[in-house]
Design a protein around this ligand. Structure first.
Ligand SMILES: *Cc1c(COP(=O)(O)O)cnc(C)c1O
Length: 640
């Protein structure tokens, strides 16, 4: 393994290695000191702030690691970019309609995020999308009744419908998107009963299929949306009740993270056909809602890779506007207001998970005894001979022999024919062989198939103070790739290759998919620096603002991490605007129905009994109970 830290290494090398300028979208870069920086654009110019400084600022204020760091400016910036790109495309194409975005609450329901979006979205009339009663309640309480759209998707019962209808009286613009035929009769009945005219949309099932991780949402078999048959029924029913004028919106959603712009265009084209037909049927219309799908380039390759996208935001907006305009112009139909429900692209950039590394396991041999002992078991001697025979032309053979002898030596141990120290010696010889083969392979043009996994086999394991299941559930559920890199030391060459394990002790609790900038692909190990005794080594997982926070679960009872929201000012200073303590142990225990008070009481009784029996003293009892209640109040993660 290359441990030569003297190799000249610059922040430029690091920037390339981790691809920060590719996935960072201009928001992230490295400083000359070798720290990751966040860059914020102000009218007066760009401001760069070191994440290491922000982190030490929030740690001084008592926020522990792991922490989700949210930079509010990035949320604002993405929302502004989305709206301004659409506005630009609209004026460039001489489109007669306008753009109105909505943020789908399910993508990040955290109160701080929704509050920020509601506040910053005001200037753009940016609304919210609600997929359940709870989300509708969030939408109504965070927005003022100023006419911003509230798109109501999902299954809607009478209670949901009554609430949204009554809210309309206050001036809220709630649109019921009909996803299944059974919803319409309830909407008709309730609006007549309350004497409030409903605003209705229809969700159609497009036959356009998209590639990507989420393609189940598209195509004829997708679970959501009306078929053309069902849509005709809806139209007939509305006509019957003289309510065709209530139908104002057409909606579809092809799935999240669509990497290919062609799929996006095809979807818009097909949807426009439906729109034309609905207008011809006599519906008032006026809104065309394209759903979500605008992707984030997590790996920075600008490609059709499932974690990437082959288009820019400007291209997305221009394509959408052009397709809508040209299709509708051919039928002389007025240009609708274009609505999108972009969630992922709006919030992904603003949050990052920061955690410290607790420990490292190396797979490196201890130095072998010199001279090598002669009186060892014959098989150990044979293994040692393999070590002496390694040559560039013979790597495969040496590897096979080493594996063979190691297995045989394992058998000897099981039968009691060698002892623990012999086995340990053999293990060291074996690791030495693998390390030498690995070094030789670095000079090879072609790596033999069987040896491809060697690098992963020998990779270090860095143990991080976090839980994949709680904070990065998509890594476990769908093999999502997020950018991961150290926050600091980028003037030093990261000479170790590692995977990153969490502290849940679950074999799935690890990150072993990383960006491979060089090959525009994904790799299974990450270059990292050796730990230093006197310094926390802090890693950041970036672009985690979308979908991660509420999907997280309580695996091994690791709870919510702390959250710190920071706003950066034009002079480069920052304010900790909001902070949330993470869950305490007592919090997570109560989620699974324990009562912290009775837990303490049970333990107190056990301790009291021990005092009576003379096992511990009264003072020891007090110390024990103090530790117990301190633990109950403590953070669920490793505290230093
Ligand atoms: C999940 C979802 C979205 C958000 O999609 P993104 O790809 O995150 O923008 C939008 N609309 C509907 C109906 C959804 O279910």
């Amino acid at each position: 393994m290359n441990t030569d830290i003297e190799t000249p290494w610059t922040t430029e090398d690091s920037a390339q290695l981790y691809g920060i300028r590719e996935w960072g979208a201009g928001y992230f870069d490295l400083s000359e000191q070798g720290d990751v920086t966040v860059n914020i654009r102000f009218d007066s110019g760009d401001v760069r702030v070191s994440l290491v400084e922000i982190l030490s600022g929030i740690r001084e204020r008592g926020v522990p690691l792991p922490v989700i760091l949210r930079i509010e400016n990035l949320l604002d910036s993405q929302l502004a970019l989305l709206n301004e790109s659409f506005n630009q495309a609209i004026s460039a194409c001489e489109y007669k309609g306008s753009y109105r975005g909505v943020f789908p609450v399910k993508v990040n329901q955290q109160c701080q995020v929704i509050e920020e979006l509601a506040q910053f979205g005001e200037r753009y009339n940016h609304g919210l999308e609600a997929g359940s009663k709870a989300e509708l309640i969030i939408a109504l309480s965070s927005l003022k009744p100023d006419g911003r759209l509230i798109i109501c998707n999902g299954y809607k019962d009478e209670e949901f419908i009554d609430l949204a209808l009554r809210a309309q009286r206050l001036g809220y613009h709630c649109v019921f998107v009909i996803e299944t035929p059974t919803e319409l009769p309830i909407i008709i009945e309730r609006s007549k009963a309350l004497n409030i005219k409903p605003k209705i949309g229809v969700r159609v099932k497009l036959s356009s299929k998209v590639t990507g991780l989420w393609n189940d949402t598209s195509g004829d078999r997708s679970i959501f949306g009306l078929t053309s048959n069902q849509l005709v029924d809806v139209l007939d029913r509305l006509k019957e009740h003289q309510m065709l004028d209530c139908l104002e919106l057409l909606h579809y959603h092809l799935g999240s993270q669509i990497p290919n712009i062609r799929d996006i265009r095809n979807g818009v084209m097909e949807a426009c056909r439906y729109y034309v037909n609905l207008v011809k049927e006599g519906a008032s219309m006026g809104y065309l809602d394209l759903g979500g799908g605008l992707a984030v380039d997590y790996v920075g390759s600008k490609s059709c890779h499932v974690h990437s996208k082959n288009y820019s935001l400007d291209e997305y907006c221009t394509d959408v506007v052009e397709v809508v305009k040209s299709t509708l112009d051919a039928h002389e139909i007025a240009h609708p207001t274009i609505v999108t429900e972009s969630g992922r692209a709006t919030v992904a950039y603003s949050s990052m998970l920061l955690f410290n590394v607790l420990d490292v396991t190396h797979f490196e041999p201890a130095p072998l005894p010199k001279p090598f002992p002669v009186e060892v078991h014959e098989l150990i001697g044979n293994l040692h001979e393999v070590l002496g025979s390694i040559s560039p032309t013979d790597l495969q053979q040496c590897y096979n022999d080493a594996i063979y002898y190691r297995e045989e030596i394992g058998e000897l141990f099981k039968r009691g024919q060698i002892d623990l120290r012999d086995r340990s010696l053999a293990e060291n010889v074996f690791l030495e062989i693998l390390q030498r083969i690995k070094t030789e392979l670095e000079q090879c043009q072609r790596i033999p198939h069987e040896l491809e996994g060697l690098k992963e086999y020998l990779a270090d394991i860095y143990y991080g103070n976090f839980s994949v299941f709680q904070s990065l559930p998509d890594i476990w559920a769908i093999d999502q790739v997020f950018p991961v890199m150290p926050l600091h030391r980028h003037r030093e060459k990261p000479c170790r290759e590692a995977i990153v394990a969490d502290i849940t002790c679950d074999c799935d609790g690890k990150i072993d998919n990383f960006i491979d900038t060089e090959n525009q692909d994904v790799r299974s190990t990450l270059p990292l620096h050796p730990l230093k005794d006197d310094e926390d080594y802090v890693l950041g997982v970036f672009l985690v603002g979308a979908y991660q926070e509420t999907l997280g679960d309580l695996h091994n009872l690791f709870g919510d991490t702390a959250v710190a929201s920071v706003r950066i000012s034009e002079d480069g200073s920052f304010d900790l605007v909001k902070e949330l303590a993470g869950d305490s142990i007592s919090d997570v225990l109560s989620y699974v129905e324990y009562q912290p008070q009775s837990i303490l009481e049970n333990f107190r009784r056990t301790a009291e009994k021990a005092v009576r029996q003379g096992t511990i003293s009264a003072v020891e009892r007090r110390e024990l109970l103090d530790s117990f209640s301190d633990s109950l109040r403590g953070y669920t993660y490793y505290e230093s």
